[in-house]
Design a protein around this ligand. Sequence first.
Ligand code: PLP
Length: 355
Amino acid sequence: MAKARLTIDLGAIVANWRALDIRSGSTVETAAVLKANAYGLGIAKVAPALAQAGVHTFFVALAEEGAELRGVLGPDPEIYILSGLMPGDAAILEDHKLIPCLNSREQVEEFTAKLKGLPCAVQIDSGMNRLGIEPKDFIDLSSTLIELRPKLVISHLACADLPAHPLNTEQLRVFGATCTALSGTKRSLAATGGILLGPDYHFDLVRPGIGLFGGLPFLDAGPVVKLALPVIQVRDVEPGEVVGYGARWEALKPARIATVSAGYADGLIRRTGNGNVHLYAGSKACSLVGRVSMDLITVDVTGLADVPSHLEILNAHQGIDDLAQAAGTIGYEFLTSLGQRYDYRYIEPATPAGK
Ligand SMILES: *Cc1c(COP(=O)(O)O)cnc(C)c1O
């Protein structure tokens, strides 16, 4: 089989969630953000593993994602929709017991007209200027909002991965001050980066996403994904011979080149080949050479006594952020770009003691 193997360690995802849960203190609920198919890793597998570990509250971006998640999780967990209430969403929200995060005056009016009495949340724009009700409008709307009895009021930090950025404390101040118009409602400001900024940012509930999946800024995250690419062919090349499109790599001495199966159509974006990227045979690192093609990558395996059946491009030695950096992007984009053409395998979490 030429399909590459993408192995997702559900136990590592659960362990990362627990580590973030511990950082956020015992009175703070730790939710999970599983938008974009659980950051590309498969919501149907990731969500039940987290629910089993004790996660009660989930966030996704779209109502349709929420409907799918409801089907996966059953009736009990709370599922919040970050985009709020969009035209055509009301029936989906009602049918699947999804909670919209209302982002604008229009969404508040629409909710009041169509869904009043059902649970909702509200988002404040505390300075990112992406989603949420502006503080001044929030205060103007406060009597309407109080009547809706929102379960949660949220906001999102623009620079949480830059702890020293002055916008963090400014957003914290604006959020705290604006929330007073809805006193008694639970509050949530922090995603992964915000959890790491410390307890002032935690409020009642934190919403990590990337940290669950082994990505920065959660430096202590354990690796979650392993990607093993089948070796299709091995050849010897002489000095002066070139490898791959554009003849961009030339052998300076006799070399062995392995051609492995996966390429930019699988999310190993072409620019990955511009950086210092390796493929691993066990702990032995072999350089990626030449350009990444649509379905293929070429690797200098001269140093290996035996070429194994697969070479790993993602593992404990080289994670999503290493590949992302080589490609000039971030771990979030790398993960969510991983394609559908893999043989997806899941390692189930170990059953907790006593269960
Ligand atoms: C994506 C997102 C999160 C999770 O962010 P991470 O940086 O992945 O932890 C939390 N809240 C909102 C509003 C988001 O859009």
